[in-house]
Ligand binder design. Sequence first.
Ligand SMILES: *Cc1c(COP(=O)(O)O)cnc(C)c1O
Length: 360
Amino acid sequence: MHNETIKVLVPRLPNAAALQPYLARIDAAGIYSNYGPLSREFSTRLAQLAGAPYVTLTSNGTSAIELALRARALPGRRYCLMPAYTFIASAHAVCNAGLTPMLLDVSQETLTLTPQIAEAALSNLDEAPAAVLVISAFGAPPDQAAWAEFEARTGIPVVFDAAAAATALHGVGKQPVCVSLHATKVLGIGEGGAIFSSDENLVQRTTAMTGFGFVGAERVSAIRGGNYRISEYAAAVGLAVLGGLPARLATLSSITAAYQARLQGKAVRLQSGVGDEWVTMTLNVIVPAEALQVTIEKLDAAKIEWRRWWGPGCHRHPAFADVPRGDLSNTEAIAPRVIGLPFHDRLSEQDLDRITRCLP
Ligand SMILES: *Cc1c(COP(=O)(O)O)cnc(C)c1O
C-alpha cells in the first residue's frame, strides 16, 4: 500500500447515472447541436457562475482564445504580446489567430505577465502590437482591473487566457476572459471552452464566429468564423458537472488546506490566495533553487508523481523556437522551480504526509 505510486492528477467527470436525466432530455427534444436547449441552459448557468453578463461556448479553451483574439486584435498589426511562461496552447492560439507571439517575461512573485513588464517591452518594439494575451497563473484570477487600465492607457486590446480559472472568477469586464472545460480542468466536461465578457456586441460576434459567422435567422455568413460549437451531449455533461460543483470545490479547498497546514515553516511557497480565494485542479509549490534537485530526487524515490505543468516556457518548444522574445531571465529562473504536486480527491492524510515529507 505504502509503495503505490501517488498520481499527480486524477480527472473526475460525472458518471453515467448522473448524465442520464440530461441524455433523456436530448432524446425527447431530438436536438443535438446548434445552440440547443441544453447548451443554452449550460451557458446561462456558466455565465452566472463567473459573474459574466455574456458568454460564448466554444469547442475547447484554445479555440476560445483564438476567437477572442480574432475578434479583438487591431487590424494591420502583427504581434501579440504574451508571456513565455504558459501552457503551450496559448502560443498555438495566437498563431492560429494569424498573429506572431512576442514572448515576454513574468513576475517571479505572481508567475504572470504584468502591465509594467508589457509597458516596458512596448518601448523596445519597432511596431505597435495588435493585442496582448494575459495568462492566469494556473487558475489564479487575473488582475482584470490593472489590465483594463493598461488597455485604456495604451489602446492595446487585452484578452485573458484564464483557462484553469473557470471557478475563480467573480465578475468579468469588457476584456474577454477565456476558460477551458477540458477534462483535466476544474470544470471539466471532456472538451469545451468559453469566452466571458460584459461587452454584448463582442460576445454576439464571437458566438456568431462559432457557427460559420451566421448572424440572425438567415443562413448568411456576416463575419468570418468556423465551426467551434459544442454538441448537446457536451452540454449535458456540463449541466451534470455544475450540479456536483459545490461539493467538488469544497473537497479541493480542504485538500489545499491540508497541504497548507503541512507546509507551515517549510521553505516552499504556494501561489498567493490559493485555497482561501481560489482553487483549481492543480497545486504547485515554488521550491527554492538550492533545494530543487534534492526535492525532485526525494519525490521520485518516494514514488510520488509530480509535474512541471507549463514546462520551461513556450520559447523552449521547437515549434516556437523562432518566435521573437524579450528578456526572459525571470522565466528562466522560476519555471524549473514551479512543481505541481499530487492534487485530487483520492489523497489520504498519509499520502499528504508522505508528499510533504519530501519538501524542504
Ligand atoms: C488548458 C489550457 C489551455 C487550453 O485549453 P484546451 O481546452 O485544452 O484547449 C490554454 N491555456 C492554458 C493556460 C491552459 O492551462
